[in-house]
Design a protein around this ligand. Structure first.
Ligand code: PLP
Length: 456
């Protein structure tokens, strides 16, 4: 039995290239992180060989003595990491990822075509919360359930709770979903609980983006108000790729969530759990209870604030004006109109065409920064006309905080991004970005944090 280098040098070479890319770039995608060597060891272990359909003690295959031990340990650590009482909350650690976890909840508590309300995707929500366009039901969630998304108040960049309340009163959803992929503020859980109660809906939080921050208690606690909480495990939580569903043990609206959700996961939508992921998750959840993890999450938030502060100093507009969590959403459109206005006020009438011609949109800024190994993503911002050419970029702090960056480096990151935006606007060659050049030199140096700590 050979190691990867001998058995398959082609795949090894691709992994090496990806490792180098990860190591050399400034990783600012808000949903990404660098998990630990210990987690990767568990994920790369013999746990991947085992079938274990069912739950601990109730499996459809033999030989699951140790897998049972592992899954029970993972469940216990999950409840402890989020400060939950085992008598009141249960958890399923088998969901293969965030989108399946959400769909499993929907199939557990809803009938086909029941109504749901989640944050609209162009306003920061996730596809799996029921995204649809005027022409097409894009997500499976909107195909199998009737979705009426709620939105942000465009003047404040905050969730428009008044409108949500009014719409919910008319639409009468069976499920209201909190949580987002690109929302820099906390949700108002007490308000959402009130709205859900008034219309007799379940309240679910998808805390995928902020679960690390929730575990460290640096943002509001959704468990105080929600009936069900789902999460991915690989974002701010810094675990392996996977998902979890937390549910109240007491029946809610006459539904036994524990059996409904466990049955929806298996046999409803999944087969054998990915035990190697559950192993890695158990490792991550142990670490999530440590003082070091809490310090890390505090640093994630401080770094994001430093980044936001500097971007505002540089003249950028941020959706909602700032951030309470791990991400900022930069609205590039005021910059575009200002820039075009200085060129020719007539341009303002044709802003979309000029936007494309001038190349000052989220997509082009993303591309230019990518060329300089600064990885972030284009993002729609409230009021955008086109999802293909969105007017914003999303920037997150978890990954580079893992690599040891503090407020000082995040302030410098804002300057690098500014340089990239200037290059995009002026359509100058990349080589003229002196700060970008400076940065490229920095990441190639042996002093770049954690160079020696990246395994695999
Ligand atoms: N929920 C939210 C809020 C997300 O941001 C994401 C992914 O970005 C998901 C769910 C889906 O997770 P996955 O990509 O693991 O299916």
């Amino acid at each position: 039995d050979h190691g990867l280098s001998e058995a398959d040098p082609e795949v090894r070479a691709i992994i090496n290239k990806e490792k180098e890319r990860q190591f050399k770039s400034l990783e600012l995608i808000a949903s990404e992180n660098f998990t630990s060597r210990a987690v990767m060891e568990a994920v790369g272990s013999c746990l991947t060989n085992k079938y274990s359909e069912g739950l601990p003690g109730k499996r459809y295959y033999g030989g699951n003595e140790y897998i049972d031990e592992l899954e029970i340990l993972c469940q216990k650590r999950a409840l402890a990491a989020f400060h939950l009482d085992e008598n009141k909350w249960g958890v399923n650690v088998q969901p293969l990822s965030g989108s399946p976890a959400n769909f499993e909840v929907y199939t557990a508590i809803l009938n086909p075509h029941d109504r749901i309300m989640g944050l609209d995707l162009p306003h920061g929500g996730h596809l799996s919360h029921g995204f649809m366009t005027a022409k097409r039901r894009v997500s499976g969630t909107s195909i199998y359930f009737e979705s009426m998304p709620y939105r942000l108040d465009e003047s404040t960049g905050l969730v428009d709770y008044d409108m949500l309340e009014k719409t919910a009163t008319l639409f009468r959803p069976k499920l209201i979903i909190c949580g987002a992929s690109a929302y820099p503020r906390d949700f108002d859980y007490p308000r959402m609980r009130k709205i859900a109660d008034a219309v007799g809906a379940f309240l679910m939080m998808d805390m995928a983006h902020i679960s690390g921050l929730v575990a460290a208690s640096v943002v509001a606690d959704p468990f105080e108000y929600c009936d069900i909480v789902t999460t991915t495990t690989h974002k701010s939580l810094r675990g392996p790729r996977g998902g979890m569903i937390f549910f109240k043990k007491d029946p809610v609206l006459g539904v036994d969530l524990e059996s409904a959700i466990n049955n929806a996961v298996f046999p409803g939508l999944q087969g054998g759990p990915h035990n190697h992921t559950i192993g890695g998750l158990a490792v991550c959840l142990q670490h999530a209870q440590s003082p070091e993890f809490k310090a890390y999450q505090n640093q994630v938030v401080s770094n994001c604030r430093a980044l936001a502060r500097r971007l505002v100093e540089l003249g950028y507009a941020l959706v909602s004006g700032g951030s309470d969590n791990h991400l900022v959403l930069v609205d590039l459109r005021p910059l575009v109109s200002y820039h075009l206005y200085t060129l020719n006020s007539f341009c303002l009438l044709y802003i979309n065409e000029f936007l494309l011609q001038q190349g000052i949109d989220g997509a082009r800024v993303e591309k230019i920064l990518d060329m300089a190994s600064i990885t972030l993503n284009k993002n729609s911002v409230p009021g955008d006309k086109s999802a293909l050419v969105p007017g914003g970029i999303r920037i997150g702090s978890p990954a580079m905080t893992t690599r040891g960056f503090t407020e000082k480096e995040f302030t410098a990151i804002a300057d690098f991004i500014h340089e990239g935006v200037q290059i995009t606007i002026e359509a100058k060659g990349l080589a003229s970005g002196s700060k970008v050049q400076e940065f490229l030199k920095f990441v190639s140096s042996p002093d770049f944090p954690l160079r020696d700590k990246m395994s695999n």
